[in-house]
Design a protein around this ligand. Structure first.
Ligand code: ATP
Length: 320
């Protein structure tokens, strides 16, 4: 299934919360939805989940216009809001059963689905617990289970990692991976971008309701690194490398700065990073030169911009 958002708009009084937003992705993909606070992420997700009506634009799941046919669309959407279940005295089992009934699942089908979903979200041992007795991470899993009971092809998750401890975050990441392996599309908003970079196939980056970038990570990276051209107008190739030496770090930085074709030398943690003009052979030649000069090299690697760095430079307006 293809999810297509086309020129979406939403206004609250004078605030244009979502301003002409267009992007797309499909089942089998995880797309990260990133932007600073108040950028319009929740508003967009609520419209994609048919909980709010757009003031303009359209949203399609394949050929289905979800604004004009919200009932049909709801079968295809699992929505995990940013707040957690609060029905204090309900047990996990009753809570999930309630939603499975609401989706019209009957008897055997319902118990089969609930069994699968609770096993997938690792809740089988918690079914009799009341919701009020659960930790944040457990509630998060209940919320995920709830959004999966009708087996939707699209899962929309609003800041699911917020407030989770590192272990629960790793578990969440595993669950998201498992969902795409089962052929679902996952659209997930977060501020914790570094973690998403590992599992995301693509991203939609917005600010003040407007689209800054959308596409696969490759497309976004390519789009932000406008190629430099040489004197003949040919594209100049550049390798980004990180080097860790056992000693003589300062000396290395100076030496790099003096080498032709080596630029943007900087210390980043324990690594010296630099841009080397040329193709991968140029990076190999640099390593050979360092060894010739008796640097004790512990690590020499190509680095790629990750989503976090990219997001920071795009939202800071460094990349137009
Ligand atoms: N129901 C509402 N009534 C009035 N203004 C609203 C409403 N919902 C959102 N807004 C405004 O719309 C803008 C976008 O808000 P939204 O919650 O979509 O952002 P967000 O990207 O999800 O932010 P956060 O990361 O802080 O959750 C904000 O300026 C917000 O104040």
């Amino acid at each position: 299934m293809k999810i297509t958002v086309n020129r979406l708009k939403k206004r609250f009084g004078k605030t244009l919360a979502v301003d002409d937003l267009s992007f797309g992705f499909e089942t089998g993909q995880v797309f990260a939805f990133v932007g600073p606070n108040g950028a319009g992420k929740t508003t967009t997700m609520r419209m994609m989940a048919t909980l709010d009506t757009p003031d303009g634009g359209r949203i399609f799941f394949d050929g289905l216009d979800i604004v004009s046919e919200p009932e049909k669309a709801r079968r295809l959407i699992g929505y995990m809001p940013d707040n957690l279940p609060t029905h204090r005295d309900l047990s996990v089992a009753d809570y999930l059963d309630f939603f499975a009934r609401a989706y019209g699942l009957r008897h055997r089908e319902r118990s089969l689905m609930l069994g699968q979903v609770t096993e997938f979200t690792n809740l089988s041992g918690l079914l009799e617990k009341p919701l009020r007795g659960l930790s944040k991470g457990m509630k998060q899993r209940v919320s995920l289970a709830r959004s999966l009971v009708h087996d939707p092809p699209l899962l929309i998750m609003d800041e699911p990692a917020a407030g989770l401890d590192p272990r629960a975050r790793v578990e969440l990441r595993e669950l998201i991976k498992a969902m795409t392996e089962r052929g679902k599309a996952v659209f997930i908003s977060s501020h914790i971008l570094t973690e998403l970079a590992e599992i995301a196939d693509g991203a939609v980056i917005i600010e003040k309701g407007k689209l800054l970038r959308a596409g696969t990570l490759e497309q976004i990276k390519r789009g932000s690194d406008a190629p430099e051209l040489d004197a003949d107008g040919a594209e100049l190739k550049v390798q980004h490398v990180a080097i860790r030496v056992r000693d003589r770090v300062e000396e290395l930085q100076k030496a790099l700065l003096e080498m032709p074709g080596v630029r943007k030398v900087k210390l980043a943690g324990r690594h010296v990073e630099a841009d080397v003009d040329g193709d991968e052979d140029a990076a190999c030649d640099l390593l050979a030169e360092l060894l010739k000069r008796d640097y004790r090299v512990m690590e020499f690697k190509q680095v790629e911009k990750d989503l976090e760095q990219l997001f920071m430079s795009i939202t800071r307006g460094e990349v137009s």
